[in-house]
Design a protein around this ligand. Structure first.
Ligand SMILES: NC(=O)C1=CN([C@@H]2O[C@H](COP(=O)(O)OP(=O)(O)OC[C@H]3O[C@@H](n4cnc5c(N)ncnc54)[C@H](OP(=O)(O)O)[C@@H]3O)[C@@H](O)[C@H]2O)C=CC1
Ligand SMILES: O=C(O)C(=O)[C@@H](O)[C@H](O)C(=O)CO
Length: 272
């Protein structure tokens, strides 16, 4: 699997998203992804599934050194003490002694970003995570974290798919070698019914979701974390690497409307 180098870690370009994968069925889904060859798993304390992700990792027998595990601290735990406690709790639930990537899940209004990033760096320095990063950060917040605070930000995990323009953030991060991790990368399945995506997929003997993923994975410094519960769906998404898109396909995707945000607006910071 192709990887992206960032802040001393090699992050597999395709990972398994696990939001809403819970209980025994969720554990079975993570186990099947690991059996299919996934080595990058995305979870979060907010998902309430770190125990089953940890159990799946333990059951898989996959060497820890082959795995890239990301988890995240929720926005109401962003004081230094509560970040450290959240980290400790996630570690126990995941049955790990370190994460590969630990993210601030959402910015919170009025948060003390210098104190947050200093605490995150402290966790990295203590060996509890190999790298730290952020999610749902706007351009001004990224600039504050990277330029003013000088934090070693290893990624910004953001909503990114064929229906959403993220060029401002990409244009800022790509020259700095900081990856974007695309969440909701198949637009939560919406691409399946899109005639443009269907036409491109048919041309390549592929499926619309595979086209949507390959469009992301072809971009410099972009990883993607589709969620799929079934082994067949997980394999389908891994097979997106086999699709070869051409300029005509990219032009058709570029022409799709790009203002569709799927994430719950209740969480949305002022993106612009
Ligand atoms: N940092 C953040 O704030 C956020 C992070 N995330 C992370 O990103 C992950 C993925 O995002 P999510 O919002 O789940 O959206 P996705 O775009 O991954 O969509 C998941 C849905 O689409 C279906 N699906 C998956 N692959 C395909 C495909 N190739 N073709 C058609 N349908 C497909 C899945 O069904 P099935 O299971 O049946 O295959 C599921 O219903 C989350 O699980 C989470 O880990 C998500 C939102 C916010
Ligand atoms: O999945 C996540 O990581 C999220 O933060 C979002 O899904 C968000 O919490 C949401 O939209 C819940 O409805």
């Amino acid at each position: 699997m192709e990887t992206i180098q960032t802040q001393g870690i090699a992050m597999p370009k395709l990972g398994l998203g696990t939001f809403r994968l819970t209980e025994a069925a969720g554990q079975a889904a993570v186990e099947s992804a690991l059996a299919e060859g996934y080595r990058h798993i995305d979870t979060a304390e907010m998902y309430g599934n770190e125990e089953i992700v940890g159990a799946a990792i333990a059951a898989s027998g996959v060497d820890r050194r082959e795995l890239h595990v990301t988890t995240k601290v929720w926005y109401d735990h962003l004081a230094p003490d509560t970040i450290r406690r959240a980290c400790d709790d996630s570690m126990k639930r995941l049955r790990l002694d370190h994460f590969d990537l630990y993210l601030v899940h959402w910015p919170a209004p009025g948060m003390d970003l210098p104190a947050i990033m200093e605490t995150m760096v402290g966790l990295k320095d203590a060996g509890l995570t190999r790298a730290i990063g952020v999610a749902n950060f706007t351009l001004p917040l990224l600039k504050q974290a990277i330029e003013e605070i000088g934090a070693p930000v290893a990624c910004n995990q953001i909503e990114y798919h064929v229906y959403l323009d993220q060029s401002a953030i990409l244009n800022y991060l790509q020259p700095k070698g900081v990856p974007v991790v695309a969440y909701s990368p198949v637009a939560r399945g919406e691409v399946v019914d899109d005639p443009v995506m269907q036409r491109i997929a048919a041309k390549h003997g592929a499926q619309p979701g595979q086209v949507a993923l390959k469009w992301l994975l072809d971009q410099d410094g972009v990883a993607a974390i589709p969620k799929s519960q079934s082994a067949a769906g997980q394999r389908r998404n891994l097979d997106s690497f086999k699709v070869t898109l051409d300029d005509e396909d990219r032009a058709a995707i570029a022409a799709l409307p790009k203002n569709r945000r799927l994430v719950d607006p209740a969480f949305a910071p002022d993106w612009d």
